[in-house]
Design a protein around this ligand. Structure first.
Ligand SMILES: [Zn+2]
Length: 486
């Protein structure tokens, strides 16, 4: 009898091992290296134009603060002066004073248009950080083939590269096959409602269904996939949602010399700890799964074995991903306290304590799931839980990697980046393009910049070679024929 059991267990072991090895070796297919073109051309004026654009302080300070209309007006004047042919030939619509949509009519009206997006506003530079910059933060200095300053990467490089490319093509009297819309928002860094939020509605109301909406987000990554020994172009096919959850505790306060056993601050504090001790369940969404599948085969044997047998090693893979904050955020809806408020005086026990949690929601979950998770984790009815509706954005649907829009960007990327491996991924932050996702299944986030430096931080800068690669990329996108992509 015992012998039989042993034989049976051995048989099970060999079957499982056989399946695991079969999957591992079948998985062992690294995406081939494709021949790329040599990047040529690109206007020499592009660096000068980006330098000028950086010097105009189109800063988004905060959602409730007034914008500096003088700077945004200057930026409009800069655009008109730097790209005169676009302004002469393409009709421009203005949305909420400072966001612009240019329409470039194509030859073939049966083809769906492309939408190229970028934003003109930038985040501020903290006063304490200014002295840490190598150059003054809004100088737009050009040094060693690099342009320095706030907005160099995020996202004035795209604004200038798109405009420069189209300006050149118009000078050559080029007309695209399909119509192209150039969309520039002015408030992306403060949620984009006035810019992209408004012009996306114009597209929807006019029943314009783009074949592609392309915005910032993904990039060419040389840092995170060292095992592979080749650059990875990550093209975001979906974005996480966004919700703020307010916690409020009200317990009568009093004199601090005679505290109650539990004050409003104590109860709030415990609630915060309870939420932070757990995470919402991990989900490997389609873009992340595909990123693992495309980059996995080039990695170490153990990784290949685990990734090719998620049915068996899913928990192990998740545990490993949870070690890195980026990977953890790509498989979890995150929740983190960002504002805590209580108290007015050192000897008064406050009667109200409040906290705000910022949550980034995975596709497949909703803001209601987040609220329920928070309530269950706290399990204390003295804590009122409420989600904010003003900034709420449910997670987007994802664009499939076999969608013609993805195929198009993928094929162009292979042409412009030697040895590159292209993969979908999930955006952890939010961009203007999310406003299009509610009615378009063709939204992608990608700029062919290699390892962008300093965005939202110190020493933001971009190489002229990146700018030229971007122009080449936009040029191929606009001029390459692709009839099947209606
Ligand atoms: Zn940006």
């Amino acid at each position: 009898m015992i012998k039989r059991v042993v034989y049976f267990l051995l048989l099970v072991f060999f079957i499982v091992a056989g399946i695991v090895l079969f999957n591992t070796f079948r998985f062992n297919k690294v995406l081939p290296i494709q021949n790329s073109m040599v990047i040529s051309g690109g206007a020499d004026s592009v660096a000068q134009h980006l330098s000028k654009a950086i010097q105009i302080k189109t800063i988004s300070f905060g959602d409730t603060l007034a914008i500096d209309t003088t700077e945004f007006t200057k930026f409009r004047v800069f655009m008109e002066a730097s790209f005169p042919v676009i302004h002469e030939k393409l009709p421009r619509q203005i949305f909420n004073q400072f966001s612009y949509v240019f329409t470039w009519k194509g030859k073939d009206s049966t083809l769906s248009p492309y939408v190229l997006m970028a934003h003109m506003d930038v985040v501020p530079v903290e006063a304490v950080a200014e002295s840490k910059w190598t150059v003054p933060s809004f100088s737009g200095l050009i040094k060693n083939d690099t342009i320095w300053g706030r907005g160099a990467v995020d996202d004035k490089a795209s604004v200038v590269a798109i405009m420069e490319t189209v300006e050149q093509l118009l000078k050559e009297n080029y007309t695209p096959e399909r119509s192209i819309y150039l969309c520039f928002g002015h408030d992306e860094e403060i949620a984009g409602r006035r810019g992209a939020g408004t012009f996306s509605k114009w597209f929807k109301e006019n029943n314009i269904k783009p074949a592609l909406v392309l915005d910032e987000g993904g990039q060419i990554d040389l840092q995170h996939f060292k095992d592979l020994n080749r650059p990875v172009a990550v093209i975001a096919t979906g974005e996480k949602g966004y919700v703020n959850i307010d916690l409020t505790v009200e317990i009568p306060g009093g004199h601090s010399s005679m505290p109650l056993k539990e004050t409003a601050i104590d109860v709030l504090n415990k609630a915060i700890v309870k939420i932070r001790e757990h995470q919402m369940p991990a989900i490997i969404t389609p873009p992340v799964k595909e990123l693992l599948q495309r980059t996995g085969p080039g990695g170490k044997f153990m990784n290949r074995m685990a990734l090719s047998n998620l049915w068996l090693f899913k928990r192990m893979v998740i545990d490993q991903m949870e070690q890195s904050k980026e990977m953890n955020a790509s498989i979890h809806t995150t929740l983190v306290p960002t504002i805590v408020k209580a108290g007015i005086k050192d000897n008064v026990i406050p009667s109200v304590a409040k906290a705000t949690f910022n949550s980034r929601i995975l596709p497949g979950q909703t803001s209601e799931d987040v609220v329920n998770f928070v309530k269950n984790a706290i399990n204390d009815n003295r804590v009122a839980v409420k989600k904010q509706t003003i900034s709420l954005m449910e997670p987007s649907s994802t664009t499939a990697s076999d969608h013609p829009a993805f195929k198009k960007i993928e094929s162009i990327t292979y042409k412009i980046v030697p040895n590159v491996l292209v993969s979908p991924f999930l955006m952890l932050g939010a961009t203007d393009s999310r406003y299009f996702r509610s009615f378009s299944d063709a939204v992608l986030n990608f700029i062919p910049i290699q390892d962008p430096k300093g965005f939202h931080g110190i020493d933001e800068r971009i190489g002229i070679s990146d700018l030229k690669r971007m122009m080449f990329f936009y040029k191929l996108l606009i001029t390459e024929k692709q009839q099947q992509n209606k």
